[in-house]
Design a protein around this ligand. Structure first.
Ligand code: FEO
Length: 164
């Protein structure tokens, strides 16, 4: 049985992950408006991944006999100054999500909730990948600068992302 405090933390994180899905879908819509279909597709795939993260938490709460509580969601931001600004915001956001999971794991360990600690390890690994991937895209956009052809090529490359 999971403690009430641990269940509250995981419910909070589940709702955050549902917000993350909407954040990335909002970024997808932003890239559609910029006529960058590749980046939009990349963001859509990211949004799907975030829903998957939320459902992992949902399933863990269910399997541990906790009450699952879906809360209201804040509207996500809708506008960024540039493609670079949107990906920089995504990178900063992923760093914040990493900190959130670090906190949850520290709490699970303090509670000696080994099942939750093992469960959270997947997210710790996933966040390393998320930060590296988005950070890599930020780096590429910075290298491209104002070169329109470079941005076009990057958009094509981003559009090759497969759904996980
Ligand atoms: Fe589920 Fe990208 O944090």
């Amino acid at each position: 049985m999971i403690s009430k405090k641990m269940a509250d933390a995981l419910n909070l994180q589940m709702n955050r992950e549902f917000f993350n899905a909407r954040l990335y879908l909002s970024m997808a819509a932003f890239f559609e408006a910029l006529n960058m279909p590749g980046a939009a597709k990349w963001m859509e795939a990211q949004a799907d991944e975030e829903t998957g993260h939320a459902m992992r938490l949902y399933n863990h709460l269910r399997d541990r006999g906790a009450r699952i509580l879906l809360g209201g969601l804040e509207p996500p931001p809708m506008q960024w100054d540039s493609p670079l600004a949107a990906f920089e915001a995504a990178y900063e956001h992923e760093c914040e999500v990493s900190r959130q999971f670090d906190e949850h794991l520290t709490f699970a360990q303090a509670e000696k909730d080994h099942a939750t600690a093992v469960f959270l390890q997947w997210f710790i690994n996933e966040q390393v990948e998320e930060e590296a991937t988005v950070g890599g895209i930020v780096h590429r956009i910075k290298l491209i600068g104002d070169h329109k052809g470079g941005l076009f090529m990057l958009d094509r490359m981003l559009g090759e992302r497969k759904a996980d």
